[in-house]
Every structure is written in C-alpha cells, then in structure tokens.
Design a protein around this ligand. Sequence first.
Ligand code: URP
Ligand code: ZN
Ligand code: ZN
Length: 473
Amino acid sequence: MATTLISGGTVVTATGRSAADVLVDGEKIAAVLAPGSTLLGHDLAGSVDTVLDATGKYVIPGGIDAHTHMQMPFGGTEASDTFETGTRAAAWGGTTTIVDFAIQRYGERVMDGLAAWHEKAAGECAIDYGFHQIIGDVNDDSLKAMETLPDEGVSSYKLFMAYPGVFYSDDAQIYKAMRVGAETGLMTMMHAENGPAIDAMVTELLAQGKTDPYYHGVARAWQMEEEATHRAIMLANLTGAPLYVVHVSAKPAVEQLAAARDNGQNVFGETCPQYLYLSLEDQLGAEGFEGAKWVCSTPLRSRHEHHQDHMWQSLRTNDIQMVATDHCPFCMKGQKDMGVGDFSKIPNGIGSVEHRMDLMYQGVVDGKISLERWVEITSTTPARMFGMYGTKGVIAPGADADVVIYDPNGHTSIGLEKTHHMNMDYSAWEGYEIEGHVDTVMSRGRVVVNNNEYLGSKGHGQYVRRATSQYLV
Ligand code: URP
Ligand code: ZN
Ligand code: ZN
C-alpha cells in the first residue's frame, strides 16, 4: 500500500483550521498530525513513498457534488457529459464524489432505471459516485420498489412538481411517495415549481411572440417556486417526510424553508452557483439566442429582486445548507439551438461541475462565507445529508483519502480556451476569475490531478453505497 504525507499545509474542516500534516496509507487517511511529527522516532517524511508539500496552502476534504445529471436523457436530447467526461471534469475542479440521479421514467420500473444508471457509470468514472433515484411514475409498483432502495445504497429519491408529461407528480402521488419515504427513512428531494401553471404561462408567452430565452425566466416566475416549495413543505409536514428542496433560487422560497425549519420541521435547501452569481437580465437576457446558455430550471432570477444577496446570506445563516451544481450540460450547437424561435424547446441545464469549488471559494475571498463554511457547504454537509459522512466529507483518520490541496495564492481563469474539461462547446462561466487554485486532488489515496496535470483514469471511481441521511438519526 502506497503511503503519502501531505505536509506543511493548513487543514481546514467544517469546524476549524489548524497547521497539520496528513498521513495517507493506501486509500485511507491514517493520521492527522502536528506538523513535523515523528512516528515511533522515525521522521515521517523520510518513511513515506511520496511527500506532497502543501506549505502555504489549504488541505480540505474533496468536494461532494450531490446533484449532477451525467448523460441524462432530457428535453429531446441527452446531457452532453458522460460519466467519463463529467467525472474527469469534476476531478479537475476538486470534486471527488458526485451523487447523480438514476431515472425511472413513466411506464418503467424503478429497479430497471437504477440498473440502467449503474450500467452507464460502472467502469467509467474518475471519482467515486452514488445515486439518488428519480421516481418519474409514482404507482403501486414504484412505491413498493422505494422500500428496497436502502438495500441498494440509495437513501434519497427525487420527485418533480414541474415538467408535466415528463417527470411530474401530482399532489396525491407526492403524498403517497412521501408516506413511503418517511417510513423507509429516505430523504425526499423535491423539484419545487408549479409545472402546470408554468406551462400555461409558456403557452401564453409564445402566443404573444415572446420566444427568446429570456421568457423562460419570465414563465418560471418566483411565485411558482414559492408556491410549490410551500406545498412540498406542507405535504412533508403531513406525512412526516424529511424534505430536501433542490436548486432553490428564489428569496421567497428560502423564506418558506426558513419558516418551516424555525417551526422544527426537517426541511433542507440546496442552491447552486448559478443562483449566487448569474441573473435573468445579465445572462438569460443576453443578446439574440445567447441567453440559451443559461436556460435551467429553476431559472436565473432578476437582479432587481435581491434573490442573490439573500441566497448568500442564507448560506451564511444556514437557512440554505449546501451548494451543488445541478450539472446538466448541453452544447449550443445541436442541443440548445433546438429552441431557436421557441424558448420552451431549449434543453434545461447548465454545466458547472468543474467550477463549483472555485466559485464557492471566491465567496470566501469576497467575504461572503468563511473558509470553514466553504468546506461545510461543498463537502461536509453533502456527506452528512446523503449518508456518507465519516468516509467522505472530512479529514480524519479512517476517512477515504479524498483530499484537495487548494492554493489561496493561486489563480484560476475560467473559460473555454483556459480551464474547461466538460464536454460542452461553451462555458457558462466564461471570463470568471477566481483568486485561488485547485493544485492537487487525491481520490481514495490516488493523486488524480497535480499542478495542472491530469493523472486519473476512468474506472478508478467506485460506487458509494449510501446510508440514511445523518441529519435524520
Ligand atoms: O435545468 C435543470 N435543472 N435541468 C436538470 C433537471 C432538473 O430539473 O434538475
Ligand atoms: Zn430539478
Ligand atoms: Zn437536477
């Protein structure tokens, strides 16, 4: 078993920072030691196979992106990152675990959907991966199957209040699924937007000749997110289901979550970098068809309504618990351009899996979150939320050696020609400058990225069998 000493760095966890050396033995962290420690009188640096010098740098647990859609069939096409390309890009950006969504489509069986996603991912991934289960057809058979998801290492499932005719569940279906979710100890993940009302508005806007990408954001109004979030909270309250609302973008939706949490309810919220940095006017409203690059649901919100500021604030105050990407990339050519002349035909999704750690670190530089909170919202909370903590999300003896050495004095210029390993023909983050840099990424003890060189390989990543959310026990 190869041994590595990460020496001279500042180890940062969700609870603090300290100067420490990290000893890695094989795939695991063996010890976190005072700098320069010896072991039974032996100089450690001289006894290990490899020394990684982290002087002046942060040593953090690898990022966990708990919301990705690799090669997801959606919007008449398929997300352009495969498990191979998407997990490689994730590794480049300091993410060492993803939780992707296996899909049961209408008319299909849940376990067939899960098996299909295992087939797509097995032997392809550069980093470790787990699955949530999308239940796209709530019926007696799928409710039964939900009871067996924990045996498969799947402790969470997602329902959609949006996308009628695709993944949509009505209130009766949500009620039934939540009852099973509550009894089975599953985390209910919710896409909270009122799909039927949104679709009615889409029809109206198109009839008025309002076909540009900007109108995607108009149709998916914040009221539709607030209403659905409230409804999901009430159904969760009734059924006792723990609730995790994905891709929260609207201030009033956060306020619904905060009120429910204040009331003692087990509800949680996730936001994404796009809702912290990008806006309806600046991106969706870009010249011509350019705005299609940023069509995603929930949509980017108006910069005049203070959603972004509130989202940063909520991350600080824990009204929002974590940041995932909702990575669902499509190329402009051949995919997004399906919606020229009709915004409703633009495949919904943005690609960010490579940039989440950097974009959130910029929040530290900008004084919006602390260094420890950065680690918490990008790694530790995702691990706890989705039943991986201890193995993932922490630098401690016994944990997987998923470790990132991050250089606060480094620099990252994001752009298609600069740092871009996602399988997309544009970057949603073109021109963003980050005052920090992912120097080294270790996945289960193996260095997969070092000094701008990729050293990983497909098939290294293993399936992560997840336990019950550690927020529920
Ligand atoms: O626009 C998005 N979010 N695409 C992916 C599917 C989803 O709803 O998460
Ligand atoms: Zn969604
Ligand atoms: Zn998603």
